[in-house]
Design a protein around this ligand. Sequence first.
Ligand code: G4P
Length: 530
Amino acid sequence: MSELKREIARRRTFGIISHPDAGKTTLTEKLLLFGGAIQEAGAVKSNKIKKTATSDFMEIERQRGISVATSVLSFEYRGKKINILDTPGHKDFAEDTYRTLTAVDSTIVVIDVAKGVEEQTEKLVKVCRLRDIPMIVFINKLDREGKDAFELLDEIEQKLGLKVVPLSFPVGMGQNFQGVYNIREEKLLVFEGGSKQKLGERKVFTDLDDPDLKNYIDAELLEELKENLELVREVYPPFDRELYLEGKLQPVFFGSALNNFGVQDLLDCFVDIAPPPRPKKADKRIVYPDEPQFTGFVFKIHANMDPKHRNRLAFVKVVSGIFERNKSYYHVRLDKKMKFSAPNMFFGSKKQVVDKAYPGDIVGLHDSGNFKIGDTLTEGEKLMFKGIPRFSPEHFRYINNEDPMKSKQLAKGIDQLMDEGVAQLFTLNLNNRKVIGTAGALQYDVIQYRLEHEYGAKCSYEPLQIWKAFWIHTSDPDSEEYKEFLRVKQKYLAKDKDGLPVFLADSPFSVQMVKNDFPSVELMEISERE
Ligand code: G4P
């Protein structure tokens, strides 16, 4: 096998998604412990944007600064190279997470056993489903009282639209949590508490009729487990890897990340079934990881807000071939050759300069403003990867220039911040006024601060009654119906930064009206189809 093929086969690049507080950070830490990338839990905590900081965006930015190092966490486990891409759980950074999902090959969805399916989980899973991303579900915090396992599985199917197959099953819960049965490997792991931060030996039974078992598990719970396993066999289909890989079936594990319980079962299964880097659609063709020529795309740009170190790091996912340091690559959008002398990769939470990177890997490239989200690098081929769509923002405000002498600086600043993906810019057709759309109100402070400190421009905002932005599609732009739509809805029409037509709806009702009155006009909450 060639070097390239071998390296592709052993890579697993994924993201963990969850509603804040479900246990994503804790689980990440435990996975790193298994990979030997860290020795003790606590190392990743700094990554987390604390709830208490939501009113203080500088504090959030400071923490985000720290999180550059945890943007990609890599470790080796059972001969596989695993890359975890950080997906901020904080709602205000939801766009970041959506974009990161374009660079993962699979995901693990963490659900809190007590809270069940929460809002942010629903949104993120929807994005994964749109892209048929393989998902494994981890139900966390079994050491706490929560919902009945079967009820929760039903809830996941109904609210998330998934087809689940439990591959493990809990024995008791909360105070009475006594273990997890690994259905895949047919073994029972006994929960004895303790040993939270380090890896430790666990008592394992492979025979549920082992007489010694009664010393560890209440007889009643054991009976219940046997019945539950029977029920699982009757109700759920057998696990089918092909269906999982197609995004049509999702295995479920139970455990407690905090207690490092059930995490290894999850990781072992993940390593066995999760896909290596997948082919990716580009505008002209599909690109396969084992093609010899390098291709990759930018899915995230991290700007350092510290004025003393105002550098940006563009995160590139290698799609095909081998990326090499100091080799000349082609920046397709700018039609320009570029070389990178100090590409970064990440091990654990350390950053280091690398000479080579393979499909599935993420390289961090120092950037002085050449990159924007979605940019493609190749060895010369003119192709653009598809699928870094934008989603409708949730907040909208007019942006005004407060210093007429600095309008150029303001325009440049807005342009660059939008390229980084901080927010989205819409220009109204009617009067050319500019509207900034964001995923969270916090971003307005960030933008204002950065425009002033990095570009010397001053802005103010004005409220605007918009509910959501919809990208407009029509099969026949010359039709009378479409022309009539443009005329009647003039006031609500705008262009996004790429010039795509957008309908700024003030309420769900006005969207319904368009649907009724102009059936050939399609309004989409997403800028691009796959
Ligand atoms: P997030 O990244 O998804 O936002 O969640 P995070 O891992 O930070 O976990 C949120 C809270 O839930 C943390 O408590 C964490 O300790 C706790 N937690 C995670 N997994 C488990 C589990 O299996 N069982 C129990 N009982 N708790 C769990 P915190 O008090 O908010 O933070 P900290 O003070 O412990 O850091």
